[in-house]
Ligand binder design. Structure first.
Ligand SMILES: [Ca+2]
Ligand SMILES: [Ca+2]
Ligand SMILES: [Ca+2]
Ligand SMILES: [Ca+2]
Length: 205
């Protein structure tokens, strides 16, 4: 419709329609305001979230740093430091990196479990008595004969140490009068077996 064709009457007729359209526009404008507000509120939510995430990041970082401090403590190693004055070891705690230097330069040793070695054969026994290799200790508890420097194990369990046992895998318990670790009379016929030849000649009839 061209404006030229519009009469005053037709304009008047259209006016209510135009006015009726006004609230609609106003409501659009309200909507747009609302939408703007929402947008702002969303932004503020996001910004809050972002703050939270920042905080959470910070707390994560702080936890990490705590953990790394803990692991740093964990990375420390007990070393047996050799005291030049007493010539005895005592435990010191050093960083993992420094361990090699301590071992090389000071004659230090790694700390561990050391047991009493009463007979000095290098085999310990009983419960752990030291963390360091001080005199009278061994780094194992393998001595089955703590008072016999010549023996430490008894494979067949007959009470005769492996070094003295002439039958290392034969349990001669109860049948070993000469104590050589072998059963004296294997067939039980009462005959003197060759094992008795190890007895003093006075025992031979
Ligand atoms: Ca021993
Ligand atoms: Ca021994
Ligand atoms: Ca034995
Ligand atoms: Ca034996």
């Amino acid at each position: 419709m061209h404006l030229k064709n519009l009469t005053v009457g037709s304009i008047l007729l259209m006016l209510p329609v135009a006015l009726a359209g006004m609230p609609a526009d106003a409501s659009k404008s309200e909507k747009s305001k609302h939408s703007e507000q929402q947008g702002k509120s969303d932004k503020s939510k996001k910004s809050q979230k972002s703050d939270k995430s920042k905080k959470s990041d910070k707390s994560k970082k702080s936890n990490k740093s705590k953990k790394s401090k803990k692991s740093a403590k964990k990375d420390k190693v007990d070393v047996c430091h050799l005291d030049d004055d007493t010539n005895l070891f005592h435990v010191i705690n050093v960083s993992e990196k420094a361990v090699a230097k301590h071992l090389e330069n000071h004659g230090d040793a790694l700390a561990g479990s050391f047991f009493a070695d009463t007979d000095g054969d290098g085999f310990g026994a009983g419960v752990q008595i030291d963390d360091c290799p001080n005199p009278g200790t061994a780094d194992n508890a393998d001595d089955g004969f703590p008072d016999d420097p010549a023996e430490n194990s008894d494979t067949d369990g007959d009470g005769v140490g492996d070094n003295a046992d002439q039958c290392v895998t034969e349990d001669a318990t109860g049948y070993d009068n000469d104590g050589n670790g072998c059963i004296d009379d294997t067939d039980g016929d009462g005959a003197v077996s060759y094992t008795h030849l190890t007895l003093p000649t006075s025992d031979l009839v």
